[in-house]
Design a protein around this ligand. Structure first.
Ligand code: ADP
Ligand code: MG
Length: 282
């Protein structure tokens, strides 16, 4: 049985845009030792914009962007939206399409098979590419295993991400960040935000393992995410928290708590509400 006071805690939280699906989750929140954040769309805005196109020798910017747009045309990933926006034209016709989680996309076209994604995707598909060392997410593009070039895409850290991490630290909670993105960009974002630890280049299943390792070391852990691939991690967390505005339906469904504001600072707020509620119960 759950003390009635928990329901007033839930009511107070909902006024701040923090939707708690049950009193037991508010109670579970009081015991959380570590908050684990996903990067894209959670600590960052998830609004990517194309910054630069680097054609490989013998190729043009237009060719790279056109191929990238064609490959990304059927993806709903924020990276895909930014590429289509930068291209600004109707992408070429596709006869087949595959999304490879944590890697990128692959599309069959009349002109050949186009792949667009990270270095891991290029390795998996046996494409020799030139690494681009940049302060953003890099999309490598190849057609029929011929490396066409890369596209530099930048995201922005949410304005309250750093203060959210600080607030958690003040109330004795550690923080970590998980991402499928490359080490270079993952570490840069982690440093900006101030999280204690960063785990990069993770596939969706690796995120579950990373969370379990953190739980083993630190104890009860909340996970905050927004993506379709985040549902298994949200389910495995002691408290699963989803971004409600920009979050995928699968993430919102799998979560115990939904943040309608999409603001990381709602997390320390929710913990504080849970602790206050517990004091009243006692
Ligand atoms: P995060 O872990 O930061 O939330 P995702 O799991 O969505 O990111 O994706 C991890 C990585 O996989 C991305 O950084 C990107 O390199 C690659 N990726 C995923 N989806 C796509 C896509 N549609 N196009 C290109 N690359 C993608
Ligand atoms: Mg994500």
């Amino acid at each position: 049985s759950v003390p009635l006071t928990y329901f007033s805690g839930i009511g107070g939280a909902s006024k701040k845009g923090i939707l708690i699906k049950g009193a037991n989750y508010l109670e579970a929140l009081t015991g959380v030792r570590e908050v684990v954040f996903d990067k894209t769309g959670t600590l960052t805005k998830g609004e990517f914009a194309v910054k630069e196109v680097y054609p490989a020798k013998g190729h043009t910017r237009e060719e790279v962007l056109q191929a990238a747009a064609c490959a990304e045309a059927d993806s709903s990933h924020p990276i895909a939206r930014s590429v289509l926006q930068a291209y600004g034209k109707e992408p070429c016709a596709r006869t087949g399409y595959e999304e490879i989680p944590g890697h990128g996309v692959k599309a069959q076209t009349i002109g050949g098979v186009i792949i667009a994604g990270n270095a891991k995707l290029m390795a998996r598909e046996g494409v020799a590419h030139e690494e681009t060392q940049e302060s953003g997410t890099v999309l490598y593009v190849a057609k029929d295993r011929d490396f066409l070039g890369s596209v530099l895409i930048a995201d922005q850290v949410k304005p309250d991400a750093h203060s959210a991490v600080e607030e958690l630290r003040k109330i004795g909670i550690g923080t970590a960040m998980l991402t499928g993105d490359a080490q270079s960009i993952g570490r840069a974002i982690a440093r900006q935000v101030g999280v204690d630890e960063a785990y990069c280049e993770l596939l969706p299943q690796d995120k579950v393992e990373a969370l379990e390792r953190i739980q083993g070391q630190k104890g009860s852990a909340a996970f905050v995410g927004d993506g379709i691939n985040d549902a298994p991690v949200l389910a495995r967390a002691d408290v699963g928290i989803a971004m409600g505005g920009a979050g995928s339906d699968a993430a919102i469904e799998a979560a115990d708590i939904v943040l309608m504001t999409d603001e990381p600072s709602s997390v320390p707020q929710a913990v504080s509400i849970s602790r206050k509620t517990r004091r009243i119960v006692w």
